[in-house]
Design a protein around this ligand. Structure first.
Ligand SMILES: [Zn+2]
Length: 112
């Protein structure tokens, strides 16, 4: 039986284990295009991560505080929304993490 993407929804979610992955995911998308909170919640949901605004916004603020993301206000119809982009430092951190992830990925997949 092959595993499909939706299988991950039925597996127990461990927040501690996933939080780093979610951060990397956010950083990855912020390096490609400007992101905003609700859009990111949707994107993470597609990957099987269920994250509430109450968890995502502090995570975004944390990454901004570290200097990995920079936020600007953008007009969206009548309201303003905060959009985030990866900074040069954020891109560097992402690059370094990618090497680590690739290594881990290889080891994890060896047993499959
Ligand atoms: Zn994604």
């Amino acid at each position: 039986m092959s595993k499909t993407k939706s299988d991950s929804h039925s597996l127990p979610a461990d927040r501690d284990l996933y939080s780093g992955l979610i951060r990397l995911h956010v950083l990855h998308h912020a390096a490609e295009e400007p992101i905003f909170g609700l859009g990111m919640i949707e994107e993470l949901g597609r990957h099987g991560y269920r994250i509430s605004p109450g968890s995502l916004y502090p995570l975004l603020h944390g990454l901004e505080k570290k200097g990995y993301l920079r936020s600007t206000q953008q007009r969206n119809g009548k309201s303003l929304r905060k959009v985030y982009r990866a900074t040069a430092l954020g891109r560097k951190a992402l690059e370094a993490s990618t090497i680590k992830v690739r290594e881990l990925f290889r080891e994890l997949m060896e047993g499959v």
